[in-house]
Design a protein around this ligand. Structure first.
Ligand code: ATP
Ligand code: MG
Length: 327
């Protein structure tokens, strides 16, 4: 059975121009040969440090950024080959919620008009019904009816994010890319918005790609998580594996977990400090991109790119070494 969404060897490179002639002198390899699937109704987390390519990958799904190589399949259709007309239809089924609820809403438009736009663009209902539909949306995301006549600046950050969520829901999408939807909000508001996203996912049977650098958020919401480092997938974990203290994870995931804030001081296990800074994605290290910071790296890690086998891309954790009893 084919997956609802599949990305295959996807790369997104941003060209770097330089020199007197302004020639292309290199590429920022923001997303580099990434493959994974998302099943219908699944919440897939995407986690990794700042700059590892999460937003780039999220935007590539909707072709808001053009992939350089590879394919994206959505419900049997190849997104990477779609023309403008097919893309417009696709965006009725795929939506994005952005990180920053402040800049993603037009400050000169009232909320009623902001939320009416998708109905007009996608001709979702007769004009006479739009106001009623917008008012229903406001109710679904927990905003007061009088919000209809207000401007974005009259709302708090959490309320603005509710408007962003309402705008994404207007087209009744199947799939939502949520790019750090709570990271710009106060901690007290974060859980309200996460709860809202969770409820909406159940009520409307949505599929999410949920981008976050916060493992606690990922644990709360996601069925599986893709761990990225420097444009590449390090491993894919189920929620059970993520919560199982005996599951042997990728050394990078172990370091991320050890760095995450703990709910209780007793939960602090051994801290794994990663040496050095993240290398530049314009000049990623050879072999495993993580080897320059990996506390367990061996020689092969410097030369051979580990393949994602059994959901982990690591010479030390992969099946081959386990079979040979490798050390
Ligand atoms: N438009 C662009 N042009 C050139 N380079 C870019 C562009 N957008 C992003 N990058 C680079 O691509 C890499 C990945 O960026 P991206 O925004 O996808 O990371 P991220 O994981 O979402 O980070 P964050 O957690 O900070 O949001 C970074 O090195 C970034 O500097
Ligand atoms: Mg980002």
């Amino acid at each position: 059975m084919s997956s609802f969404i599949r990305i295959q060897n996807l790369s997104v490179f941003y060209p770097i121009y330089g020199g007197l002639l302004g020639r292309r002198v290199g590429d920022v390899k923001a997303v580099n040969d990434v493959s994974f699937t998302i099943e219908k109704g699944e919440v897939l987390g995407l986690v990794g440090e700042s700059g590892c390519g999460k937003s780039t990958l999220g935007k590539a799904f909707l072709r808001l950024i053009e992939p350089s190589k590879g394919e994206i399949y959505f419900d049997g259709q190849e997104v990477t080959k779609m023309n403008a007309d097919s893309l417009r239809k696709l965006r009725k089924r795929m939506q994005m919620i952005f990180q920053d609820p402040f800049s993603s809403l037009n400050p000169r438009m009232k909320v009623g008009s902001i939320l009416a736009e998708p109905f007009i663009i996608h001709k979702l209902c007769p004009r006479s019904e739009i106001e009623q539909r917008v008012r229903e949306l406001l109710k679904i995301v927990g905003l007061r009816p009088e919000s209809y006549d207000k401007y974005p600046h009259e709302f708090s950050g959490g309320q603005r994010q509710r408007i962003g969520i309402a705008r994404a829901l207007a087209v009744k999408p199947d799939f939502i890319v949520a790019d750090e939807p709570v990271s710009a909000l106060d901690v007290s508001i974060q859980s309200q918005i996460l709860n809202l996203l969770k409820t909406l996912q159940k009520d409307f049977k949505l599929t999410y790609l949920f981008v976050s650098h916060d493992l606690n958020v990922i644990r709360y919401l996601c069925d599986r998580v893709v761990v990225m480092y420097l444009g590449r997938v390090m491993e894919v974990l189920t929620r059970e594996q993520l919560q199982n203290p005996n599951h042997k994870m990728h050394p990078y995931t172990e370091a991320l977990i050890s760095a995450a804030p703990k709910k209780h001081p007793d939960h602090v296990k051994k801290q794994i400090a990663l040496a050095g800074d993240i290398p530049s994605p314009a000049r990623p290290p050879s072999g495993c991109v993580f080897h320059t910071r990996c506390p367990e790296a061996i020689d092969i890690c410097k030369t051979e790119i580990p393949v994602l086998e059994n959901s982990v891309a690591c010479h030390l954790r992969g099946p081959r070494l386990k079979m040979t009893g490798g050390s």
